[in-house]
Each structure stands twice: as C-alpha cells, then as structure tokens.
Design a protein. Structure first.
Length: 291
DNA sequence: GAACCGTGGAT
DNA sequence: TATCCAAGGTT
C-alpha cells in the first residue's frame, strides 16, 4: 500500500522527461555519484557538467584523488564556487581509502560521517548510488512539496522537521522505487516546478496541487533577503584564491595584496583562507595552495 | 538558528 | 543594473 498519491504520475513524467545527465548513467560508480552531489551543492547543473567530466577523467576512483595533494583538488575545482567543497572531496577520498578500503560506503551513517556530506548528500548517495530508501529533501523537493502539499509558493528558509516528516511519509515502500521517486521529484522541481515562472501547464500533478487550487497565491512574509556579494569577504577570498589557482607555484604576498585595496579586509580574508586550509603560508613568506 | 561560505546565468 | 537563486553544509 502506497500512501503517495503522486508517485505514479511523477514517475511516469520522469521516464519521459528526465535529462540524460552523466552521473545518472547506469555505468556511473558511487564515487561518480558522490562527486556529482558535492559539486551540485548550490551550483547549477550546467556549470557542473564539464567540471564533473574533467574531474572523473582525472580521478576515476577515490584512491586516485587521495594520492594527490589537496591543493590539486582546489586547483581543479577552478571557479565552481565554495572551494572548501574541493577540500571536502579530497578529505572524503582519503577517508574512503583509510576507513572503507577505497570504496564509497553504502551505509547512510558512514556517508554522513564524511566531510561535507550532510543530510541531503548522504541520502542522495545512498539512494541514487545504492538504491536505498531515504527521503530526499533538497531545494527542488522542498519547493514541490510546499506547493503541492502545503499550498504556498515557497518553503521556509531552512528545512523544518515538518518538511522532513512529509517527505518521509511520501516515500514509496519499495527501496528501488523510493530512490527513483527521489530523483523524479527533484527533476520535476528543476524543470517544471521552478522557483520563478513555474510551467504548471506541463505538470503531471497539477490536478492535486494545493497551490494551484488556491489560485497560486504569491509568497507572503518577509522578503527572502538576497546575499549581496560585491565588497564582501567572500569576494576578496575569491580573488585571493584565484591568484593561487592560476599560478603554477607559490606566490609572493605582493601578488595577493594587489587584488584588494583595503588592507584590513584583505588580511582578514587571507587569514580565513589559511584557517580553512585552502591556503598554505610558507616559511619564506610566500603563499601556496595546500600540499 | 542565523550567518557565513563563491560564482555566474537568467530575468 | 540589480536581484534572484542554483541537487547544502558547517559553525
């Protein structure tokens, strides 16, 4: 008995409309799935595609990456954003080699223990790579459920227990079907039930959508503040790291000083990069990507 | 729980 | 041009 009234329609829609993404192919390894999920954190599919291909070509297994210095991962990450994810993936590779014999673990708890792997990513890898039954609650699923089930345009700013309970209540009983349902709802949110200008005419569950039935009311409540970027420490960190990425070796501090005029903010950003392990201060005063 | 952590395309 | 926001996680 399945308590999910949408699964059949969504699964059928997915069969007909799913994108042919490389990390979804049958021959993709769990490592390939893990790499894709980390790269996709807060990053659009279109920008991940070439990065994933290059990464997997260079480091087809965790052992391949574990054998390299962390700085190589940061350099390879290029401009994908949130470069600590590169560090996390490198640390994942070493943990997988040391604790799991070089194979990506299939248990949800072991996945969750990996650096940079949280509630979403652990569920996604366990589901998509190993066919297990876990609730997937990413930004796409949250938006779909907010509309179809709750009747509001957008979910809360941060995931709630209520959302998690709802997602779990909708899980099909059969693990393989549940895993399929997870990607299918995500894909529906990514292609049809989008944040702006949703394509309701193409939606397979429009007849049961609480938000549509309510007349598609606009989001009420405080505006979800956008993060200004210009002038922030993040921008400074990005510029500093770009210098190190684009250099072939260590760089003098003067090269870093050149990217930002304001010295207090510049030093703070550099110190933070060092504290995060993204930059190594060398004994001679130069700076380098981590060894 | 809020703040922080990059980057670039779309509108 | 400015804002939104994209398969989150950590502190």
């Amino acid at each position: 008995m399945n308590e999910n009234p949408y699964s059949a329609a969504v699964l059928a829609w997915y069969e007909a409309n799913a994108r042919d993404l490389p990390w979804r192919r049958a021959d993709t390894t769990p490592w390939g799935v893990l790499v894709s999920e980390v790269m996709l954190q807060q990053t659009p599919v279109a920008r991940v595609l070439p990065a994933w291909e290059a990464w997997m070509r260079r480091w087809p297994t965790p052992a391949d990456l574990a054998a390299e210095p962390a700085g190589e991962a940061v350099r390879m990450w290029n401009r994908l954003g949130y470069p600590r994810r590169a560090l996390n993936l490198h640390a994942c590779a070493r943990a997988i080699v040391e604790r799991h014999g070089g194979r990506v673990p299939d248990s949800h708890a072991d996945l969750l223990a990996l650096p940079g792997v949280g509630a979403y990513t652990s569920a996604a890898v366990a589901g998509f790579a190993f066919g297990q039954r876990h609730a997937i609650l990413d930004t796409n699923v949250r938006r779909v459920l907010a509309r179809v089930e709750t009747g509001v345009e957008y979910p809360p700013k941060t995931p709630t227990r209520s959302e998690a309970r709802l997602a779990e209540s909708l899980l099909p009983p059969e693990p393989a079907v549940a895993a399929r349902w997870g990607v299918a709802v995500m894909e529906l949110g990514a292609l049809v039930c989008t944040a702006r200008s949703p394509k309701c005419a193409e939606c397979p569950v429009i007849d049961g959508c609480a938000w549509v039935l309510a007349g598609r009311p606009a989001h009420d409540g405080p505006p979800r503040r956008g993060q200004t970027y210009a002038g922030t420490d993040r921008q400074v960190r990005g510029r500093l790291l770009a210098v190190l990425r684009d250099a072939t070796g260590p760089v003098p501090k003067s090269a870093l000083d050149a990217v930002w005029d304001e010295p207090v903010q510049r030093e703070r950003a550099l110190d933070a990069l060092v504290a995060d392990g993204l930059v190594d201060p060398l004994e001679d005063g130069d700076y380098a990507l981590p060894a």
